[in-house]
Design a protein around this ligand. Sequence first.
Ligand code: 0O2
Length: 209
Amino acid sequence: MSRNWDEFLAPYKQAVDELKIKLRGIRSQCDLENEHSPIEFVTGRVKPVASILDKAFHKKVPEDKLETEIQDIAGLRIMCQFVDDIKQVVHLLRQRTDFTILEERDYITNKKASGYRSYHVVIEYPVQTIHGEKKIMAEIQIRTLAMNFWATIEHSLNYKYNGQFPEVLKKRLESLAEAAFHMDEEMTRIKLEIQEAQAYVVKKRGKNT
Ligand code: 0O2
C-alpha cells in the first residue's frame, strides 16, 4: 500500500499543536491564580513514519488499520513535579469537553516489567479540517520529572540495544527506576512537611493578631 504520509499525518500534527497549547494553558491559568500548577511542562510529537511502521510490524497491524490500532501516532507528554500532581492532571483531563477519553492505563500502580512508570490516557480528539471534522486518537503520557528522566534515558539506551537488553543491564535499569521512584516519594514527604510547617506558622500568626 503506497500512502501519502504528509496527508495522513497532517491531522495528527494539527492535534499535537493544538493540544500542546491547550495543555500548557492549564499551567498559565494556575500561574495567573497563584495556584500550584500540577503541570511542570508539556511536550508533544508526531510519531516518525519509521516508528509507526516498526510498531505496526511488531503488533501485526495491517497498514490500513493504523488509525484505529496505533494509539500514539499523536503523542503528548505532561511532566509533573510530584506523584500526586498526576492524579490532579488526570482529574482535569476527565473534566474537559474538547476530547473524549477512550482508555486509561495506570503504569504507576502497575509498573511495567522494565520498571517503567507513567499514566497513559488515550483520547479521541476532533480535528477541524477544510473537509470537515476528523476524529483522531492521541496518547497523553503523564509522569513526574524523575519518571521522565528514567524513561527518556532507558528509551534511548533500549534503542541502541534494539529492545534486547542483556539481563544484567535490565536488572540495573529496573533498580534505577525504583531509585527514581524513591526520590519521588521522598520529595512528596518533604513537600508535605513544608506545607504542615507553613500551616502551623499561619495558624500561630492568626492567634497573635
Ligand atoms: P515512542 O514514541 O518512541 O515513545 P506496546 O504494545 O507496549 O508497544 P502500547 O500498546 O502502544 O504499547 O501502549 P503502552 O505500553 O501504553 O504505550 C507505549 C508507549 O509507552 C511507548 O511508546 C513508550 O513511549 C512508553 N513506554 C512503554 N513501556 C516503556 C518502557 O519500558 N520504557 C520506556 N522508556 N517507555 C515505555 P513507543 O511505541 O515505544 O514509542
